[in-house]
Design a protein around this ligand. Structure first.
Ligand code: AKB
Length: 316
């Protein structure tokens, strides 16, 4: 591993960002991983996460100045509006999700940085996609703003790799579940909230219906997949749009049943809202054999192991 790597994480206060900062600092050292986010941090959190820079990824001059200031070699671009929030503000979501990506890809194209990580999502698939064991290459007609922006982003990543040799790598994350950080504006967020309510001995009202199956992944697996992909030899990274990635699949009813193994009096009820329609357009399970064959990906956590680990850490 190159000790001279300097990494900028954009969106470091978000669900993935906050855990990725920790994971990358364990490998590269604190001073080599610069956290950045649009949020103003209080003095205490600022000290805890330093080195930290306040950054709006749409401000390309500021982004360029930070790349030069810290001699950045790699960027992980995590700032984005997720599925539910993007539906409320489509034009801003498009602007942030697309122009943020262009600002970073162009820095790589111009030779200022060497490597880019950009997350895609199962949201690239749509209602006409085969829903069970969704293949890597298949029909993709997303009907959400977020999904359209992620699918377009994938096309641009592959284009920048082919035309300009930009070393860009990407994963199509399923819903991500962790105890360290809160999710922000997604359709799969219920699968984090439900654990907290159970640990507080509260009933949970789910915004998806009981039989809505979706692909999900425990955060330690997601962080490992991200770092493994970024560390893979370039010739092993054969897909430069984005890799399918699979952890587990479950419905709200199935996760509630697993939670009841730990909290027998836990109760769940269902009040589907507008997020139901988004969930209904997404796959139920994912075939990630390309990630497995190309760079050796295999998830470690299933629903049972994840639930044990979540409750070992969530205390009220
Ligand atoms: C969302 O629900 O929007 C995200 C995702 C699956 O990309 N968690």
């Amino acid at each position: 591993m190159n000790a001279k790597e300097k990494i900028l994480i954009i969106g470091s206060s978000g669900q993935i960002g906050s855990e990725l900062v920790e994971g990358l600092r364990d490998i590269y050292g604190r001073e080599s991983v610069i956290a950045s986010d649009i949020r103003n941090l209080e003095k205490e959190s600022l000290e805890a996460v330093a080195p930290y820079e306040k950054l709006n990824v749409l401000d390309k001059d500021h982004l360029y100045a930070l790349v030069k200031k810290y001699e950045i070699t790699q960027i992980y671009l995590l700032a984005a509006l997720l599925s539910a929030t993007a539906e409320k503000n489509p034009m801003f979501a498009w602007d942030l999700n697309m122009n943020g990506l262009f600002n970073v890809l162009n820095l790589a194209k111009e030779g200022h940085i060497k490597k880019v990580y950009w997350p895609s999502s199962i949201a690239v698939f749509g209602p006409t996609t085969p829903r069970i064991m969704t293949p890597q290459f298949t029909i993709m007609e997303p009907n959400t703003v977020y999904g359209i922006s992620k699918q377009t982003g994938e096309r641009w990543c592959e284009y920048y790799f082919q035309k300009y040799q930009v070393d860009v790598r990407s994963l199509r994350y399923p819903g991500l579940i962790g105890y360290k950080s809160a999710p922000g504006g997604g359709t799969t967020d219920y699968a984090v909230h439900i654990y907290h309510e159970a640990a507080k001995h509260q009933p949970y009202v789910c915004f998806l219906s009981e039989n809505t199956g979706l692909p999900m992944m425990y955060m330690p697996d997601a962080i490992k997949a991200t770092i493994d992909l970024m560390h893979a030899d370039p010739d092993k990274v054969k897909i430069r749009s984005s890799y399918n990635l699979s952890g587990m699949s479950f419905t709200p009813q199935e996760i509630a049943n697993e939670i009841k193994q730990h909290y027998p009096s836990f109760s769940i009820s269902y009040q589907p809202d507008s997020r139901q329609q988004i969930a209904d357009s997404w796959p139920q399970s994912i075939d990630d054999s390309y990630a497995n064959n190309d760079w050796g990906w295999k998830a470690a956590y299933d629903l049972k192991l994840m639930t044990e680990d979540m409750f070992a850490h969530i205390k009220y």
